[in-house]
Design a protein around this ligand. Structure first.
Ligand code: PLP
Length: 493
């Protein structure tokens, strides 16, 4: 709960200081209290403006103001009741007072009814400089210095040798499969619990996906299930061309284990790090573990270029070829000669400018998202029907999304999502696993153990809560209160 003290003023301050306090409070008003701390009235910047127009001077005190019956609510007021009070009195702010009429909180209408989204873009301060530069230097054509610089800066950040910027994460993944020569009739293994973009490029190439379940410690690819799938594939004489390992919701998969298994069969890993930029595994950056790693800068990701992606690898030939395939595969001759089918998948120079700016604030974004997760955990610690997504010991998650499971006899994840929706708060189920998707009906699936499919359980009971790094503490309090009320715990404590 936001400290109410910063809005409290006494009558003896000057109009100038009152304006300053309104400005600092950021809510367009302050609360006038007497010496005992009792609420006397609210003062808006409009009230001061009227005094000045009446000829009062900035160095006069608030005693110049006339008395006004304050409108307020008692502690424990529900959001709905607060909204009713504000509508009836045609005001947008409502002081909350304790039994002795001392302000303890300030409710702002916008905070109560403004929609809270799952994860929204959060711009820093440098993006416009880089974009401006692109405009000034007339580098609006697709390629240019921001793309080169973004690739270099990004590769350095991840600790890989090379990077190629693309117009989406999906495009980067598609290129990765092309680079491993995946084609019609081939098999590709892929994490089942993921966004559909991880798997679709397998179909783009006319190949056959085989889906692998999660393990319960990080919710990422189960080494046990992968082992069984590879054993079967070897027995059938049809090893996959690649294994797409997804790092879910900001957390790295267990690459030591997965690498060991894939190396036994000589199958390369494509690391889908679209959701885990900024995370680490055993001290190394997420996305640097696959033979190829891919990232996304879609609007909901931890940093964004509005739309974009990146392909990284230590192998210079792979990245060179990725750039070639993402720019229509034009041969290095004067005329337009093409020997290979290729794509228009390159990132634009303007968007790369946004990416350069966003990259500078990535560590802050990770901290902000982790703090949001911690605040949910502590705010909801009394609800023993909520279980949080675990953080594996070997990694450092970004908590891109704060995800929990509802395990209860009479409450459910969909019930919670409905309840939050009724409070204008966006929450989403955990990804629907690929082996349950109508699009992938009939595809082979390897659960964690013969009896136990982890991803089915996570899908049935999981909820992704609003997690944007620009979520305010007031908004988060609203979400926490709404969750508490769903589980029958009192509000506004
Ligand atoms: C977002 C996402 C992608 C796709 O990235 P786009 O940039 O939207 O194409 C791929 N895989 C996962 C796991 C994602 O979350």
């Amino acid at each position: 709960m936001e400290k109410v003290e910063k809005y409290l003023v006494r009558q003896d301050i000057t109009l100038r200081d009152a304006l300053e306090r309104i400005n600092v409070g950021g809510r367009g008003l302050i609360l006038l209290v007497d010496d005992a701390g009792h609420l006397l009235r609210t003062i808006t910047d409009g009230d001061i403006r009227r005094l000045l127009l009446d000829g009062k001077q900035l160095n006069e005190t608030l005693e110049a103001l006339s008395a006004q019956e304050p409108c307020f609510a008692a502690e424990g007021v529900s959001s709905a009741e607060a909204l009713r009070l504000m509508s009836r009195n045609m005001i947008n702010h409502l002081p909350v007072v304790d039994a002795r009429l001392r302000p303890v909180d300030l409710i702002v209408r916008m905070d109560l009814d403004e929609r809270i989204l799952l994860s929204t873009p959060h711009l820093g301060t440098q993006e416009m400089e880089f974009v401006d530069e692109a405009f000034k230097t007339n580098w609006i054509a697709p390629l240019g210095p921001n793309v080169d610089a973004f690739e270099k800066e990004f590769a350095e950040y991840i600790g890989v040798a090379h990077a190629a910027a693309t117009n989406s994460g999906t495009a980067a993944l598609h290129l990765a499969l092309r680079l491993f020569d995946v084609s019609s009739g081939d098999k590709v293994f892929c994490s089942s619990l993921t966004f559909v973009a991880s798997a679709n490029p397998i179909l783009y190439q006319g190949a056959t996906p085989v889906f692998i379940d999660s393990e319960p410690y990080s919710w990422n690819m189960s080494p046990g299930a992968l082992s069984r799938a590879l054993e079967d594939a070897e027995r059938d004489g049809a090893l996959p061309k690649a294994v797409i390992v997804v790092n879910l919701y900001g957390q790295s998969a267990d690459f030591d284990e997965l690498h060991k298994i894939c190396q036994m069969y000589g199958v390369p890993i494509v690391e889908d790090a679209a959701e885990s930029l900024g995370a680490t595994y055993k001290g190394k950056a997420s996305g640097s573990f696959g033979a190829i790693g891919i990232f996304s800068f879609n609007g909901n990701k931890i940093i964004t270029t509005s739309g974009g992606g990146m392909l990284v690898s230590d192998d210079p030939e792979i990245v060179q070829k990725a750039r070639f395939l993402s720019t229509q595969g034009r041969e290095a001759v004067r005329h337009y000669e093409h020997r290979e089918l290729a794509y228009n998948y390159r990132m634009s120079n303007v968007l790369a400018g946004i990416g350069r700016g966003q990259l500078t604030v990535l560590p802050e974004r990770v901290t902000a998202r982790r703090n949001i997760f911690d605040r949910y955990v502590s705010g909801l610690k009394d609800i023993n029907e909520i279980y949080w997504m675990p953080e594996a010991v070997s990694g450092h998650s970004t908590r891109w999304l704060s995800v929990c499971l509802v395990r209860s006899v009479d409450k459910s994840s969909s019930g919670l999502i409905d309840h939050l929706e009724s409070e204008n708060i966006e929450a989403r189920p955990v990804w629907m696993p690929m082996h349950l998707q109508p699009l992938y009906e009939g595809c082979r699936y390897y659960p964690h153990t013969a009896e136990d499919s982890i991803s089915d359980d996570l899908f049935s009971n999981g909820v992704c809560l609003p997690s944007g790094s620009n979520l305010t503490s007031i908004q988060q309090d609203r979400i926490i209160q709404a969750i508490k009320s769903y589980f029958g715990l009192g509000n506004m404590d």
